[in-house]
Each structure stands twice: as C-alpha cells, then as structure tokens.
Design a protein around this ligand. Sequence first.
Ligand SMILES: [Zn+2]
Length: 66
Amino acid sequence: MPRINCPHCKKELVYLNRKDLPYFPFCSEPCKLIDLGAWLDERYRIEEPMSPEALSRMEKKGGEHG
Ligand SMILES: [Zn+2]
C-alpha cells in the first residue's frame, strides 16, 4: 500500500487510492491550507531592495581616504 507523509504535520498516511485522500498529499484540509498559506507567504514576500541610504552608507565605508 502506498504511503506518504503529510508535508505539513508529517503524519503518515496510508492509502489505497489517491481518491481516499481528498487533500492529497496532505492529511487534512487545515494542513493543506496552512501549508499553502505558508508557501504563498514565502512566495509573495518581496525582498526589500537596498535603500539609497544603505547604499551610501556602504560607499562611505569603502571610499574613505586613508
Ligand atoms: Zn497533516
């Protein structure tokens, strides 16, 4: 019998048919939603571009005479 682990809670799921798991590959709807939510959060997190302030700070650090 095929078995998988829920990607979210790692619970082992044994199934005969994928149809047995309406939330495949998750064990339950909450797991699916939580994991999907986390994935979306990860994906849509926009990395803040380096601010001009941070850039000028770097330039000063490396460009001083001495
Ligand atoms: Zn789960």
